[in-house]
Design a protein around this ligand. Sequence first.
Ligand code: NAD
Length: 443
Amino acid sequence: MNLTVIGTGYVGLVSGTCFAEMGNTVTCIDVDENKIEGLKKGVIPIYEPGLEPMVNRNIDNNTLLFSTSLKDNLENCDVAFIAVGTPMGEDGSADLKYVLQVAKEIGEHMSTPLIVVDKSTVPVGTADKVKKTISDELKKRNVEIEFHVVSNPEFLKEGDAINDFLKPDRVVVGSDDEAATKKMRSLYSPFFRSSMDRLITMDVRSAEMTKYVANAMLATKISFMNEISNICELVDADVNKVRIGIGSDSRIGYSFIYPGSGYGGSCFPKDVKALKRTAEEHGYTPELIKAVEDVNDRQKFVIAKKVVDKYGEDLKGKTFAVWGLAFKPGTDDMREAPAIYIIKELVKRGAVINAYDPKAMEEAKHFYLKDTPNINYFTAKYAALEGADAMILLTEWKEFRAPDFGELQKLLKSPVIFDGRNQYDDEKLDSMGFEYFQIGKKA
Ligand code: NAD
């Protein structure tokens, strides 16, 4: 098929590239000229494992093209995917300005029948708005061209996005038109060679809702476990043991029950807020969802509080080596990363930060921590430790899992670790003479 993907961020670029990999001809569109110029030369603006070689292979095969012009890429296009951002609006709802701008442009320029797919995460009712926006433009042009709006929310995870897209747990297609559903089924069939059961079709509104509910459910698991970790610490229990104890129940399971420094990223915070907003707009007070958010807001400060409890409110003259800035491993994405909040809390009290992250340092330096003083960026994890009062681990990158603790002991002023992701064996650290602070267990 001929596909157009509008928006070349984490979702658009990965989706477009994977569709090209499956034999479609895909044109990826973005308003960001620098991004498109770079992509044409194979320069990938984000870090996503496995993406770069796949982009380059498909550029070489002429199956993946890049352009800033949506207008020039709608003719004879079978399916147009809207994959632009839906950031948090001032009132917490999803801001649809980019989505509706794209819909308007589609209406202004489409010339052949088209399936328009909302791949961005959008609140219930957005497909109707997209449909109306396109219809209004067609009416203005006094033309009638058949089109259908389908909801196909994306469930990929940054850091494992290629795998998720090529081997999805499920693909949700919300459509009110049988022919459009059939086309989507045929587009996705190469991804489901063993069984099509994982392509789940439903009405448009349910599909729109499914994405928010999935993210809210995952955020709930995280906040639940973080709440439990705080209680564990107060009653002198070990949340790491409790986690194993409850996960062994197959009704609960082990996934997503790690205690930590709270969820971040571009999706959970904004999607939980948007779902809360949707409920409120319909006169419903979503108590549980509100609590999920409140617990998360508090959790981001737990590690900073442990540092302050040990060293006092005044952190002048103290240096902390921070390992990990990205909101999770496998990505350079710093949006809503707990590290931003924790570092600012410490810097506010006079501390100096020696930061190291394998991929997210440019994002931190130039955007998210740009205006935060007293941060030194290091290109190697051990170099960041030299002369620091303690190490603070904030992202569970694999390279931090089994460090040389002897080296840590040598480089740090004193052997102190604050672990915001509970990565280490406290008994081992204890026996080596480390003071080890983690989430959900007394030091
Ligand atoms: P992003 O911010 O990384 O990328 C969005 C891109 O859209 C940018 O490159 C921007 O320049 C471009 N854009 C904006 N307006 C445009 C226009 N009018 N025409 C063409 N391009 C335009 O966003 P993202 O992380 O890829 O997320 C996109 C959507 O997918 C969001 O709704 C998000 O919630 C959802 N989503 C994201 C993830 C994720 O892990 N990032 C996962 C699932 C769903």
